[in-house]
Ligand binder design. Structure first.
Ligand code: BDR
Ligand code: CA
Length: 295
């Protein structure tokens, strides 16, 4: 098992990703850092604590980070995730009190561990990561592998015509992280839109208490009328443990810092930063691995 930190803005698909990480036994989760994204910081942090508590893992620290993007006003995704971030799915109250200061906590934790021994699974905007790079560059260099859900290469966007939500939320943060030299793999909409849960899939998850929670979350995410929904953030977890399920290409990428709907759009460019991008996925294999944590 790899030692990982989950950086997240739960969020329904974040929540499913966290449940998978804990239920699968394939990760040693040493902390969960939170930030504003799908909804405000207070809710994302409370949701993270509640999820860990529901899984009997209130021993894992929750540390809150960025409440706003680096330079911009926050956008939110409460149309999809609800005002509470979990679309009304109720969880037990968190047993632990969250700490604050995610960026300093990340720096300390990375500095105290052997270099390269901790991976970061980033499921939200990259604000915490960019602050780490800016304020603690030596600690940031000690990250083993940063795996990020965000962006799109060919797929239409979900925040702008070609812009994805996490990257549109804080494009300056994306730019900082891309230029940092950290070993990074991006998991964009091109892949995450293929990995979809429908109602029969959700039903089959209800075999364990954790699977029941995952099923409740995905049912809420399906709302009343959707055939299926993309499991964006769980794809990061799947790539971390089963890279063979994905085809990864290396691109030189920059990010659009526009103030319009192109904000956060990735652009292939010779002057961009070389980065790994998951472009294809074995959909059946991915869905089967995700479900296997709940049987
Ligand atoms: C990403 O945006 C958020 O709404 C989801 O949690 C996911 O991280 C998908 O574009
Ligand atoms: Ca997310």
């Amino acid at each position: 098992t790899r030692r990982v930190i989950i950086d997240t803005d739960p969020g329904l698909d974040d929540a499913v990703a966290i449940l998978f990480a804990l239920a699968s036994g394939l990760f040693d989760v040493i902390g969960v850092t939170t930030l504003a994204g799908n909804i405000g910081l207070e809710r994302t942090t409370a949701n993270a604590g509640a999820l860990l508590t529901a899984m009997g893992r209130s021993d894992i620290p929750v540390i809150s980070g960025a409440a706003t993007a680096m330079l911009r006003d926050n956008i939110d995704a409460s149309v999809i995730h609800g005002d509470d971030g979990l679309r009304g799915v109720t969880l037990p109250e968190a047993l632990m009190s969250p700490q604050s200061g995610a960026v300093d906590w990340l720096a300390r934790t990375l500095t105290d561990a052997p270099s390269g021994s901790i991976d970061i699974l980033a499921l939200g905007p990259l604000t915490n990561m960019a602050q780490l790079v800016t304020h603690h560059p030596a600690a940031a260099e000690r990250i083993g592998h940063l795996i990020v859900m965000g962006g799109t290469i060919h797929e239409p966007g979900n925040a702008g015509p070609m812009a994805e939500f996490n990257f549109a939320f804080d494009p300056e943060a994306v730019s900082t992280v891309l230029r940092s030299g950290i070993k990074t793999t991006i998991v964009p909409l091109d892949v995450t839109r293929r990995v979809r849960a429908d109602r029969p899939y959700v039903k089959a998850l209800r075999q364990t208490p954790a699977g029941d929670i995952a099923a409740n979350l995905i049912t809420a995410y399906l709302q009343d009328d959707r055939q299926s929904r993309p499991l964006h953030d769980p794809c990061v977890m799947l790539l971390a443990v089963a890279p063979g399920l994905f085809e990864v290409e290396r691109f030189c990428l920059g990010v659009d810092l526009a103030l319009d709907a192109d904000a956060g759009r990735l652009r292939l460019s010779e002057t961009g930063s070389p980065v790994n991008v998951a472009m294809r996925v074995d959909v059946e294999g991915a869905l089967a691995l995700l479900a296997s944590a709940f049987d």
